[in-house]
Design a protein around this ligand. Sequence first.
Ligand code: GAL
Length: 670
Amino acid sequence: MRCDGGLRYGGDYNPEQWPVEVWREDVALMRRARVNLVTVGVFAWSRLEPEPGRHTFDWLDQVLDLLHDNGIRVALATPTASPPPWFSLAHPDALPVTADGVRLHHGSRDTYCAAAPAYRAAARQIAAALADRYAHHPALALWHVHNEYGTTCHCAHTARAFRRWLAERHGDLDTLNAAWSTSFWSQHYTDWAQVDTPRATQYLANPGHLLDFRRFWSDTLLAAYAEQRDLLRAANPTVPVTTNHVLGDWVPVDPGRWAAEVDLVAIDHYPDAVDGGAEEQTALAADLARGWARHGVRRAGSPDRPAAWLLMESAPNQIHTGGRMHTKEPGRMARHSLSHVARGSRGVMFFQWRAPAGGAERFHSALVPHAGPDSRVFREAIHLGEMLERLSEVGDAPVDAPVAIAWDAASGWALGHPGMPSPWLDHHAEVAAAHRALWRAGFGCDIVLPGDPLDGHRLLVLPALYLASDATGDWVRQHVHGGGHVAVTWLSGVADDHARVRLGGHPGAFRDVLGVRVEEFHPLADGTTVPLSGGGTGRLWAETVRLAGAEVVASYAGGMLDGMPAVTRHRFGAGTAWYLSTRPDDATYGRLMTEAARAAGVTPVCPAAPSGVEAVRRRGAGASWLFLLNHTDRPQRVPAAGVDLLTGATIDTEVRLPAGGAAVLREAVG
Ligand code: GAL
C-alpha cells in the first residue's frame, strides 16, 4: 500500500448515501478514531455514471479532497460489483442465468454475468474513467477492484467461454472424455458444441464436469479482475491493486491461484460461530490469508517481495448467524482485530463506517452505529485506533509457524460433489478441525498450498486433501523422506486432479509414505461416534485400514472394525508419517497433534499460557513480539517478560491480562 509506515485502520465508507454535512462529521469522527484508510465507491456505479457514458465525479472529487485534507488515505474501488439498472435494461444478455435456466433481474447487487462481453466492456470503461481521473490523486493509497468476486452464471456467453477454456485445458475431446469418465452413463462427447455448463439435470451430475466448471469460473473472474488491474496499473504503476475475497466454508474462487495477481491479498472475514468458535475461525482466516499471500509471491516468481495481506472487511459489532444478529460483547472486536494483526495483517478494516438508514443492509453493524458516536461501539473504535497506532513497530515481521496445514480450493470443490459416500465431507471443515486442534494446543500454523516450499515447517498436516496429483504425492514423499513429519487424515489422496479415484487401495497418492492400504470406507451416521482404544472417539468416518509397514497408534474399539487400526505411524526415509482414518473428537485430535508436533521437535508458542489465552509470536531482525489474547471471561496470568506496547508497562515475569484483554510484548532477544 502507498501508505506511510504503520497499520491501516478504517473501513468501507459510503458518502454517496449521505448529504455533505454528514461527510464533515464523518471526517471529524475518523480523526478522533485515528482512521487512516477508507474504502470508497464500492457500490457507487449508478452515482458515478447515472446514464451510459455520463460521469458525475464532482461528489467523489470533493470526498477525496476532503479526506486528503484530513490526512486520510483512500482505497478507491471500482464499482463493478453492481451495475446500474440502465445497464441491465440495455444489455439483458449480460444478466446472469441460474443452473435451472432462470435469468435474474436487477434489484439487488452482483447481478451480471462476468463472461458477457457487454458487462466486461462496461466494467473496463468505468474503471478506466476512474483511473483517468484519480490515478494521481494524493489521497489514493490502493485500488480496490470490484467486491468479492464470486457470482456465477450459465448463459450462452458462459457456455462458449467454458468450451474455449476446456479446449485449452484438455486439448481435444478424447482427453476431456477420459478426464471426465464420460463412458459412465452415456455422456461421451463427439463435438465441442455438445458440452454445456453444468446446468440442472435429471440426476447426479458428472464430477469432472462440475470440478472443471468451478476452475473455469474462478479463472474467468480472475480474467475480469486482471483486465481492470492492468488498466489501473497502466495509469499509475506506483499504486498497488487488489480485490477482496469473501471467506467462509464456501469458496467461490481459488484465492491461492489469484494471489500472484494481486499486490496484496485482501480478505473479508465474518466469523459465524457464536459462543467461542469465532476466535478459532478468526485465527484460521488470518492464517489462510497469510498462506495465500506467501503462495502468491512465490507463484509470481518474486519470493523476496513481502507476502502482504490485509483484513479488508470485518464486523464492528453484530454478525448475522442463522437469521438472527448476535452482538459482540465489549472487547471482542479489538481482540479479533489483534488476532489478525498478530498473524500479519497490515491493518484492520471494517464494513462499514456509518450505518445507513435504508437499504438491504441497514441493520448491519458499523463503527458509527444508528445511535451515533455517543455509543459503546464508537468508543471501542477509538480505543482500537489508539492500540493500532502503538503497534506500528511490528511492521511485516514474520509469524512463528513451524507447522504447515495444506489447504486446496479444488479439494473443497470436489468433496462437495454429489455421489460422495457421505453428505458431510468438507475440506474446509477438516482444515478447520486440524487447525483448531493445533490452535488450542498453542502451536503456530502456516497454511500452505500443495507444492509450496516447506522451509522450516517440521510438521505438515494434510486434512482431507482429497485431490492429489502425482506432483503432490512427490511433494509429501520428499518432505518425509528428507526427515520431515506428516499427519494425513482420511479422504486425502483418494482422487487425482480430475477427481478420478486412484485404484489399488486408499489413500492412493500417499500409501507408500503412510505404510497403509485402506480397503473400505465406513461413513458414519450423523451424530454417531466410534470408540477408539486409549479413550476418545471418532466421528463422521471410519475405514478398514490394512498395515503395510506402519505401526498402530490407536485402534477402533467396538463395532465391525473392533481391534483394527484407526491411527497409525510409519517411518519413511528419515521422517515419520501419521495416518488418521477418522475424525477424532477435539480433545483426542489435540492430543494426537501435540504428540506429532512434539515428535517433530515443535513446541507451543507460549507453553505456560493458560487455556483460553492465545499466543502468537512475530520475529523481526533483532526483536520479537508476543501477542497474548485472553479469550476467557476471567483475568489470566501468563509468565512472560518485555514491554507491553499497548500500555507502555515493563513486564518482568508475568503479564496480567484482564478478562477479554490483550497484551503485545516487545521481548528482549539475545
Ligand atoms: C461483505 C460485503 C459487504 C457487506 C458485508 C456484510 O461480504 O463485501 O459489502 O455486504 O459482507 O457483512
